[in-house]
Design a protein around this ligand. Structure first.
Ligand code: FE2
Ligand code: FE2
Length: 398
């Protein structure tokens, strides 16, 4: 039984939630609190699986309540509801809540958000993962340059020169960024000469994703692992990001989702970097097992670590407050059937893009295909594969 607490100072809103949810969702039980203090009292008596709190409340507001919950009951799923006017402050609170929903919110969206959050926390609640991450003494913190960039982007009116200035402080970052965007894979017709051009042309969201990924890739110490190439991992990640984005554009034309798919694709295998740098001997064992037994790396990791790079990566990015849809796509990129929506999503796109890239490069063993055909069939996109394939090849040649 999942226990969910709704917190709002508006009695009418609580009554509406009560009417919509109570009894409508088997396996879910609801409680209601009229403010932050009352909610905290209830939560302290018996923890909830999820707390959905309004941001603006007199006394203890939603952000204060969820900060207390984060510190004292970290396993609780935290969802913050905010009105149009305080959306900006909600964004500033990145990390306090797992998700932010704008009010008025649709019951189906709220239900879907809760279902996904529960499914993700189940994926990440496995004991082996907890043990493993506790062995990793210091997980790196979110890179500074990215944090500075986020702070600027969170301002009401982010300034382009400031964004360019932040990125330009790191010469290595500028070089890598320009190399990337001018590489054939990006398919630009004209080369971009400076960071300003790149930001203007590609948009801040794409640049933000690229900066995060480049920083993460340089963050981890590259311990030499026999038969494991960091360059190949980078190429695979990069291609997966590009392809996942194209697949989302082809299916949904939703550009926010497309950018999230791009970032999720870039970062989907980041758990391999964590394992290789933090636990190199065991990771070497997994890689050797992959070779000798012709197993996909995820199965070799499962044998060695009792968990895989997918969960490890999602765990780290979840700690950093990376948006939930990105974290989900990373967590489930090998097991897309865990996405409770049952529809095409960025989880699908990253699963397919990574799988196609592996197939393209011949790293898939016949006994262990990368693409989950049952899943693709179940969500009704099985016959779209040929189309995706063509779109990917066409544009990567362009
Ligand atoms: Fe993977
Ligand atoms: Fe992959």
């Amino acid at each position: 039984m999942k226990r969910i607490l709704f917190v709002d100072d508006d009695p009418e809103f609580l009554a509406a939630l009560r009417a919509l949810f109570v009894g409508a969702q088997p396996g879910w039980e609801f409680e209601f609190a009229a403010g932050g203090e009352a909610a905290w009292e209830l939560a302290a008596q018996k923890p909830f699986d999820a707390i959905v709190a309004d941001l603006a409340m007199p006394g203890m507001d939603g952000a204060q309540l969820l900060t207390k919950v984060l510190n004292r009951l970290p396993r609780t799923v935290r969802i913050l509801l905010s009105g149009q006017d305080d959306r900006e402050s909600a964004v500033k609170l990145l990390g306090v809540a797992h998700r932010y929903l704008a009010k008025p919110c649709d019951a189906a969206e709220l239900r879907d958000t809760l279902a996904r959050a529960f499914a993700l926390s189940e994926t990440l609640a496995n004991e082996q993962l907890q043990q493993l991450t506790s062995q990793i003494k210091s997980l790196p913190s979110l890179p500074d340059l990215y944090v500075n960039l986020l702070n600027e982007l969170r301002r009401h009116d982010p300034s382009l020169p400031k964004i360019v200035q932040i990125i330009s402080q790191d010469f290595g970052m500028c070089t890598k960024l320009l190399q990337l965007v001018n590489s054939a894979a990006f398919g630009l017709h004209q080369p971009l000469n400076g960071v300003e051009d790149a930001v203007t042309y590609l948009g801040v969201e794409t640049i933000k994703g690229l900066v995060l990924t480049l920083q993460i890739f340089s963050l981890f110490q590259r311990v030499r692992i026999k038969d494991f190439s960091y360059e190949d991992l980078w190429t695979h990640s990069w291609t997966t990001g590009m392809w996942a984005k194209r697949i989302v554009v082809a299916e949904t034309r939703n550009h926010v989702q497309a950018e999230q798919a791009f970032v999720a694709g870039l970062l989907h295998d980041v758990g391999k970097l964590v394992l290789a740098s933090a636990l190199p001997e065991q990771f070497q064992t997994a890689v050797s097992l992959q070779r000798s037994q012709k197993l996909p790396l995820r199965l070799a990791e499962q044998i060695t670590f009792h968990t895989t790079h997918a969960e490890v990566g999602a765990y780290l990015l979840g700690l950093w407050g990376i948006p939930a849809p990105v974290v989900e796509a990373i967590a489930w990129h090998h097991q897309p059937q865990k996405d409770p929506s049952g529809n095409f999503s960025i989880v699908t796109a990253v699963h397919v893009a990574s799988g196609l890239e592996h197939e393209h490069n011949g790293v898939v063993f016949r006994e262990h295909p990368d693409l989950n055909q049952d899943y693709l069939h179940a969500i009704g996109v099985s016959e779209r594969q040929g189309f995706w394939h063509e779109g990917i090849w066409d544009s990567s040649q362009g």
